[in-house]
Design a protein around this ligand. Structure first.
Ligand SMILES: NC(=O)c1ccc[n+]([C@@H]2O[C@H](COP(=O)([O-])OP(=O)(O)OC[C@H]3O[C@@H](n4cnc5c(N)ncnc54)[C@H](OP(=O)(O)O)[C@@H]3O)[C@@H](O)[C@H]2O)c1
Length: 288
């Protein structure tokens, strides 16, 4: 496993397992158990809104790997962020209880919505007390990130944003690198979008190294210095996705992949109607 060093000196595994949409809790527990115990994952990415923190916690208690060798990320949902300082306290306490942990390695504000400053104030305090080893943000635009850094004492250690070969987020990445904020790519396989695993440019590169398209994509993220958290429920794919540290893409191959970029990526709606629709949709996630 390779690691990145966050801006506060904390080491974070470069490749992890995302557990979004694993809603069957028995399955979620088994997936996380297998990933850590039998495959070698050391980074698990969950969130209050995924509804599976309890299953992640149960798996963490079952594995033989020491807690300090495992890096757990979770996220504070908007229904807590909307209540600022108090909401962050409530949300973090709930995450800690659900996970059954006395500290979380990385805790993120999940969406740039709500009383971000109030929530950040609380997270900053508990970070300084050591209950969270690093705090960060999620889905922040470059401008919002710059504003947040300017007005807060504690700088976010990471910004997690959607990134894949079609939406590479090069400018966002550069802006983060300039400010020493680690980029984490969510949905690095475009959530399994049709066609991503059969792109001819990627199969050709994969054939050269006897690697799959998925491995080529993840390798490309690693060489860009970006943490990636692909999700899979299958042990074989967990192994495949982790087996990317024994080959290196050439500059020419990196450039071929860079050319697949179509721009764009996840962003919040700019119209009032669009934003209200999004808030209604997001509000449906229960975090209890
Ligand atoms: N912060 C945010 O706002 C946010 C938003 C979305 C996601 N995330 C995080 O990012 C993680 C990953 O994103 P995601 O789950 O949306 O999508 P993803 O990781 O891009 O793609 C997952 C899909 O790819 C399939 N897959 C995985 N490995 C494969 C392989 N080697 N070959 C072929 N297919 C493969 C999976 O199927 P199987 O499971 O059947 O293998 C699943 O259908 C999430 O789990 C979550 O932790 C964060």
């Amino acid at each position: 496993m390779e690691y990145v060093t966050l801006n506060n000196g904390v080491q974070m595994p470069k490749l992890g397992l995302g557990v979004f949409r694993i809603t069957d809790l028995e399955q979620a527990e088994e997936v996380v158990y297998q990933a850590i115990e039998n495959v070698g994952y050391r980074l698990i990415d969950t969130a209050a809104a995924y509804g599976n923190e309890k299953a992640v916690g149960a798996a963490l208690r079952k594995v033989s790997v020491p807690r300090e060798d495992i890096f757990v990320t979770s996220k504070l949902w908007i229904t807590d962020v909307q209540d600022g300082y108090e909401g962050a306290k409530r949300g973090l306490d709930r995450s800690l209880m659900n996970l059954g942990l006395d500290y979380i390695d990385l805790y993120l504000i999940h969406q740039p919505i709500g009383d971000l400053y109030g929530a950040w104030k609380y997270l900053s305090e508990v970070y300084e007390e050591g209950k969270i080893r690093a705090i960060g943000v999620d889905n922040f635009t470059q401008a919002r990130l710059a504003e947040f850094i300017h007005f807060n004492k504690i700088k976010p250690a990471v910004n997690m944003i959607e990134a894949n070969v079609f939406h590479q987020r090069k400018e966002d990445h550069q802006a983060m690198e300039k400010r020493d904020v680690q980029m984490i790519a969510w949905a690095p396989f475009s959530a399994g979008a049709v066609g991503v695993f059969t792109l001819p440019e990627l199969t050709t590169i994969g054939d050269k190294y006897q690697k799959t398209v998925g491995q080529v994509i993840l390798r490309w993220f690693m060489q860009r210095g970006i943490v990636a958290i692909p999700k899979t429920v299958r042990v074989e794919r967990m192994k495949e996705n982790l087996d990317i540290f024994d080959f290196e893409l050439t500059e020419e191959e990196m450039a071929i992949i860079n050319h697949l970029d179509q721009g764009g990526g996840y962003s919040l709606p700019e119209t009032a109607d669009g934003f209200e629709n999004l808030l209604r949709a997001l509000g449906n996630f229960s975090v209890d």
